[in-house]
Design a protein around this ligand. Structure first.
Ligand code: SF4
Length: 331
């Protein structure tokens, strides 16, 4: 079961999976396949922002790349605006590329250093068949929209700071007037002082343009600011998903609680008093996930059933609009 938004979904992800071939050992035999994403389902309504959070290697970035089809799913489906786009050919994907765009983590490495900013931003429009003059005019408008000076269109990416380069990346992602942005750690490569500016910009753009976001981040305080709902991933699966206020206010999954206990609180007194939950060890390898609940080797609440029986994602409780995958949700 999946808690869906009340409005019709713009994006609908069902049982999405991605396995990579296992590494070859010394004998030349391949190890077990690595299930980077395993049975992930969620919906995003038009204008809604869903955060995907979790430790490094939990599958959140792979999920983002599956949505924009930078990777081919090995299971499940992705529907955009009611159409199944999971297995479209490159030419079949072209209309979708107009509506779904990606913002990358490292702005400088995602911009072609040999192209002027005008060309970088206009490129998606030229692919869509726009003329050069119209595309340049649109690039100038987009520079202004993201807080850059349109007269700098003929500069090259290395002439801009990291924050400015990310603004250029965002401008390019907006060129075709998309309805959904998949933002993969869009501020984590930036200085802390610049992060807030980019987060503010993304919030403003969402409001003004009615964009939907899948916002991928390991920083839960950033997700709290930008997102309406949040999905917590562990070892390729969603372990808790629901409205931001509910998940941040009273997390039901022990993993969510541990992640949130590490988020700094603005009030220094509350920060000193609060209890930090430290998880034992690192996440296990997705090539050899533990049986039962994959979180059990690190879970402070684990009991016998957790080692043998995998908990399914279920409604968290009466009246809840969220789901949790735990045999013992709540405190
Ligand atoms: Fe912990 Fe058991 Fe819940 Fe898994 S199912 S999170 S091991 S309590």
């Amino acid at each position: 079961m999946t808690v869906t938004t009340e409005t019709t979904s713009l994006l609908s992800v069902r049982d999405l999976g991605k396995s990579f071939p296992g590494r070859r050992g010394r004998t030349g035999r391949r190890g077990a396949p690595v299930r980077a994403v395993d049975g992930v389902s969620f919906d995003v309504a038009a204008g809604e922002s869903l955060g995907l959070v979790g430790e490094s290697g939990c599958g959140k970035s792979t999920t983002g790349r599956l949505i924009v089809r930078l990777l081919e799913p090995t299971a499940g489906s992705v529907h955009f605006d009611g159409s199944d786009v999971s297995h479209l050919s490159a030419s079949g994907m072209r209309p979708l590329r107009r509506h779904v765009q990606m913002v990358f983590q490292d702005p400088h490495s995602s911009l072609n250093p040999r192209q002027t900013v005008a060309r970088v931003i206009a490129d998606p429009l030229l692919v869509q068949g726009w003329g050069r003059t119209e595309a340049r005019q649109r690039a100038a408008e987009l520079m202004e929209l993201v807080g850059l000076i349109p007269e700098h269109l003929d500069r090259y990416p290395h002439e801009f700071s990291g924050g400015q380069a990310q603004r250029i990346g965002i401008a390019r992602s907006l060129a075709t007037s998309p309805r959904l942005l998949v933002a993969d750690e869009p501020v984590s490569a930036l200085d802390v002082s610049v992060q807030a500016q980019i987060v503010n910009l993304m919030e403003r753009l969402r409001r003004e343009l009615g964009l939907a976001y899948v916002f991928i981040a390991h920083d839960l305080s950033v997700v709290k600011r930008v997102c309406d709902r949040v999905a917590v991933m562990y070892l390729g699966r969603i372990v808790e998903i629901g409205d931001k206020r509910a998940v941040y206010g009273s997390p039901l999954h022990p993993y969510t609680r541990a992640l949130l206990s590490a988020v700094p609180l603005p009030d220094p007194v509350a920060e000193r008093r609060r209890e930090r939950i430290t998880l034992a060890g690192d996440p296990p390898s997705p090539a050899a996930p533990p049986p039962g609940c994959t979180f059990h080797p690190r879970c402070p609440k684990a009991q016998a059933i957790c080692r043998g029986e995998r908990p399914l994602l279920r409604i968290g409780g009466p009246g809840e609009r969220r789901e949790v995958a735990c045999h013992f949700p709540g405190d």
